[in-house]
Design a protein around this ligand. Structure first.
Ligand SMILES: CC(=O)N[C@H]1[C@@H](OP(=O)(O)OP(=O)(O)OC[C@H]2O[C@@H](n3ccc(=O)[nH]c3=O)[C@H](O)[C@@H]2O)O[C@H](CO)[C@@H](O)[C@@H]1O
Ligand SMILES: C=C(OP(=O)(O)O)C(=O)O
Length: 452
């Protein structure tokens, strides 16, 4: 953290105005990796300027992919004509910066026959093992060696389709299988796959490149390996996590925010909870251009309609459940709801640590080891405080806060904006990992915040 990595936030002003979300962090970075699999350039639109994109761009360039900006703002052209090896030292510059490097395994094995993967970064919200990834890669025929400096992989006899079943519908492991299976010889069947909208969008990207992928019911995905893939041209799904984060900010501060680019279909579960808490929203669909009239972009307007917010019980879950990344920002709004809200976090075992900071601002949140909900969960009767009871409404007051991870960071920011007085939020640069231009957006919404 640098001395300048601090935001002074003067709270108590409702956020009002409009912002725009671009391509989803959790799709864009994977689509960029997918470009490695093609033998022709790919074109990706609406790429946000966020840290994870910079990391993936750096790693691709180290491996010989020419990445250039296209004519449109946010357009990237990725040319994999000269894929080449990079040294472990060069790659390790990106150690600890993102989770995406693990997805380079399959594409690099296909293109180079070997791969080196640095230690992963990402949010500290539990141990986040990669055992499903390694097990899957081994089943495809990869030899995986873990070393102190990172992970080395080879594929002495190539990669071959296989039958897999994930112990939990992991997003990353499903992507790992997709990015490996598309060029593997033969058929791959993946059971208990994740089916998040970002996964479906990645499948669309791969299909545009020439892949054959069937999504069956009951979380089964079948991939028919093909001998070659071309490039793609793709406009990604919008960032539903960022959209929900601004929605939570509108509710917590008593404000009114129009989120351009937000799409209802990917946010249905969030919208139901938002309405149950007492938030109001209005969906305006995108209008395609017609003869004589320009098209208009879709948006969702989120606002606090006045009156009291109501407590809710919610459980985070894999899609189509309530997404775990929506949890932290929404909990800030729940501190303003009357009654006892219950949150059962079933995806990550340690994603409630940030509630201590909210308590230091006047919230009343108690965390429990028990499962406070009916969704079967891997963390019950173990030493993980993964359920929370939030008693509200609480008057929040200013505090000094240190940002622990991306979504908790955004929730600290919302809490500081909702609180009376002036807070200092340390480590705000972490928020750039997943929220494009968040300081400019805050200013556009009328927030009073300045660096240091
Ligand atoms: C870059 C990206 O897209 N990040 C998203 C992705 O993370 P990521 O892909 O890392 O999340 P996973 O879906 O893989 O993780 C879900 C759960 O499975 C466990 N697990 C996962 C892999 C494994 O090999 N072993 C294992 O035990 C994890 O510890 C976690 O408890 O999906 C998460 C769940 O929607 C989101 O919160 C993250 O924003
Ligand atoms: C957990 C998250 O991301 P990552 O997997 O990149 O750490 C997130 O975006 O909230």
């Amino acid at each position: 953290m640098t001395v300048n990595d601090v935001l002074t936030v003067h709270g108590g002003t409702p956020l009002h105005g409009r912002i725009r979300v671009r391509g989803a962090k959790n799709l864009v970075s994977k689509a960029m990796v997918a470009a490695l699999l093609g033998d022709a350039p790919s074109r990706l639109y609406d790429v946000p300027r966020i840290r994870d994109v910079e990391v993936v761009r750096g790693l691709l360039e180290l491996h010989g992919v020419r990445v250039s900006d296209g004519a449109e703002d946010g357009e990237l052209v990725l040319d994999p004509a000269n894929v080449e090896s990079a040294t472990t030292d060069e790659i390790n510059v990106h150690a600890g910066s993102s989770r995406i490097p693990i997805l380079f395994c399959g594409p690099l094995l296909h293109r180079l026959g070997h791969a080196f993967i640095p230690d992963l970064g990402g949010c500290h919200i539990g141990p986040r093992p990669i055992d499903f990834h390694i097990q899957a890669l081994r089943q495809f025929g990869a030899v995986v060696d873990k070393a102190p400096e990172g992970m080395h992989l080879t594929a002495p006899t190539g990669l071959h389709g296989t039958k897999l079943e994930l112990p939990f519908p992991s997003v990353g492991a499903t992507e790992q299988v997709l990015l490996t299976a598309v060029l593997a010889e033969g058929v791959t069947e993946l059971r208990n796959a994740a089916v998040e909208p970002e996964i479906i969008d990645l499948i669309c990207v791969l299909q545009k490149m020439g892949a054959i992928i069937k999504v069956h019911t009951d979380r089964v995905i079948e991939i028919q390996g093909v001998p070659r893939l071309g490039g793609y041209t793709h406009r990604p799904i919008p960032d539903r996590i960022e959209a929900a984060s601004w929605a939570a900010a509108a509710l917590a501060t008593g404000g009114d925010i129009e989120v351009y680019g937000a799409e209802q279909v990917d946010m249905m579960t969030f919208l139901n909870v938002f309405r149950s808490v007492g938030g109001a929203y209005e969906v305006t669909d995108m209008r395609p251009p017609r003869e004589g009239s320009a098209g208009t972009e879709g948006k969702i307007r989120f606002w606090h309609p006045g009156g009291e917010l109501q407590a809710v019980a919610l459980e985070t879950d894999v899609h189509p459940g309530f997404m775990t990344d929506w949890q932290q920002p929404l909990v800030v709004a729940l501190t303003q709801a009357r009654g006892l809200s219950i949150v059962h976090e079933t995806v990550y075992e340690q994603r409630l640590g940030y509630t201590e900071a909210l308590n230091s601002m006047g919230a009343t949140i108690q965390v429990y080891r028990d499962c406070l909900g009916g969704t079967p969960c891997r963390f019950g009767r173990r030493d993980f405080k993964h359920s929370a009871v939030i008693a509200g409404p609480s008057k929040l007051h200013a505090a000094d806060l240190v940002i622990p991870d991306l979504r908790a960071g955004f929730s600290h920011l919302i809490a500081a904006l909702a609180a009376e007085g002036t807070s200092r939020v340390y480590g705000v640069d972490l928020i750039n990992r997943g929220y494009e231009d968040f300081e400019a957006k805050l200013a556009a919404l009328g927030a009073h915040a300045e660096r240091a």
